[in-house]
Design a protein around this ligand. Sequence first.
Ligand code: ANZ
Ligand code: ZN
Length: 691
Amino acid sequence: MSQNHYRPRDIEDKWQARWLARNAFAADNGDARPKYYVLEMFPYPSGNFHMGHVRNYSIGDVVARVRRMQGFNVLHPMGWDAFGLPAENAAIKNRTHPAAWTYANIASMRAQLRRLGYSYDWSREIATCRPEYYRFEQLFFLRLLRKGLVYRKKAPQNWCPSCHTVLANEQVVDGLCWRCESRVTQKDLTQWFVKITAYGDELLNDLALLEEGWPERVIAMQRNWIGRSTGASVKFPLERPVGGAREIEVFTTRPDTLYGVTFMTLAPEHALAEPLAEACERAAEIRAFAERIRGMDRLDRQADTLEKEGVFTGAYALHPLTGERVPLWLGNFVLADYGTGAVMGVPAHDQRDFDFARKYRLPVRAVISPAGEPPASMEAAFTGEGRMVNSGRFDGMESAPGREAVARFLEEQGKGRAAVQFRLRDWNISRQRYWGAPIPVVYCDRCGLVPEREERLPVVLPLDVTTRHDGRSPLPGAEDFVNCLCPSCGGEARRETDTMDTFVESSWYFARYTDARNADAPFDERALRYWLPVDQYIGGVEHAILHLLYARFFTKALRDLGFFPPEISEPFARLLTQGMVLKDGGKMSKSRGNVVAPTEMMDRYGADTVRLFCLFAAPPERDFDWSDSGIEGSSRFLHRVWRLFAEEKGRILPLGACGAAAGDAINDDARDLRRKEHLAVKKAGEDMGRF
Ligand code: ANZ
Ligand code: ZN
């Protein structure tokens, strides 16, 4: 074979070895050049990369290399999101230990990344399952706890019977566990919560800071998830006290429709549901209904297509302004954990109430004009804005000022007030799993719940346990771990055996990279100030809500705890959500047998060809289809480039064009070549700038 032939393996091996030996891409924290921090979402060490990873990292690597060539001091780190369920499940299946499985996967995946030729600063590599990492997470937990931003609460939880763990709402997809696709059930448990709702307004308002750098779609998803609604809370006195209560409070976004109330609906979980049943002669019927609805999937209950169902409780409330009797119902479409768990029914102007009223022949009263037809012949609710009618002293007002006027009037009368409601819920971080960061608190018979002392961190996850075949956590049975001394009285106590949701680890890893080997503190403040925010973050749109929201929350909370400097409020200045790599228009998956393995492609074509194809196949945000002819094309292109240079270098090099400066005496050919080179650099630079 001639030496003019492109042999990627030789080239790649040679340079990769050299990069590694010199840690060629190490970033310097004390550098005087302007900084640039480019980060790709770190992987879960499953064992193998898929083409989607390769695309994500190849895009990031181009950004890193271009910025370096442009004179920036570039931070481009890599690490492992290493705790989590799959390690436990795989360990059970393969009869190994989750730690052994995880570290072996990390080793093989690190080798794959090196073969792909990415320009990472390997001296900053992290694995979140190491005590050197999670000890600081435990420190954050203790500080959040002290500040009241972490608390314990008993609440009905999404429970995956097969994974034996609680799932966050976001981890329930169409009523199924996101990991194992078992049907999720509800279970009452005491859990640890992070009070992300305390930052609801800031998380929402600061989206404005991201408008330049984040995809519109992701900002919209975050906004919807936070879901801030303004309106009023209104108190309806009960005709007769029930279960010690004299009134029922509702949240409404439309206080301007208050005069259109013809009934009230409570969630079957509402605290008054049982007392109402008890006071009614149809108690059995009411209880049976409540029982049945409580067992329903919560997402099904929120669906627009849900068939509305309810039961009359026999009791009445009184309209706060007219004194009219308002019948109290239980209804399947009212959610227990939104607002107050009770709704004022305005069938003329709310579609769910309309459906409910038609089904149970409840009166419909139009109070916003133009509602169109007379209420009896309405076929749907009129949900728009208009002028208030049949509304007493408010007649003639427009909806928007009317809402405020009604809220103000209620407040003056002590019957309600303007109110804001968030869809965002506090974040349940408790997992009844083994392979996670231990929650650093203990339970003492004398002192109750006691936080571990900071100087005793980390609370190390014991590795000498045997994973159980039923998937239950071995921690509660690990006596050396559970039995401990109370940090407060020194007496015998028991450790918390819940571990933290892995989303906690990924909420601050970007900050740890700035000072990854710091053994005394999570990071040095100067390092943070220098590197943060991440200039360019790159990852899949599947993380558009949770991971990004949690990382944004952590940034704000750590700032307020004094860990982050006050000027840093957002972690990621720019975000790119890269498209997917598909095969024949569909997702690559083992079950479909259409997976294209990066290692196989590298064996056949070399890493540069694989990277090149991932970059050329489509603009970064768009999905593209893996194609054999496409990668062949990329391969031919690199062969051509190589051959061209190899064949022409005898003529090019003597020209002295490379490295020549302006004013040097070079001939016309050399000048031509030099000009073309600069045009190419300019064009490429501009294209990159656009990105
Ligand atoms: C009366 C009304 C009249 C309403 C009207 C709307 C239109 P968002 O935008 O999601 O905040 N609601 C309140 N709590 C609820 C719960 N726990 N489960 C189900 N529905 C609930 O929606 C707020 C509206 O959803 C509230 O305003 C309430 O219905 C209903 F013409 O009150 B409204
Ligand atoms: Zn104690």
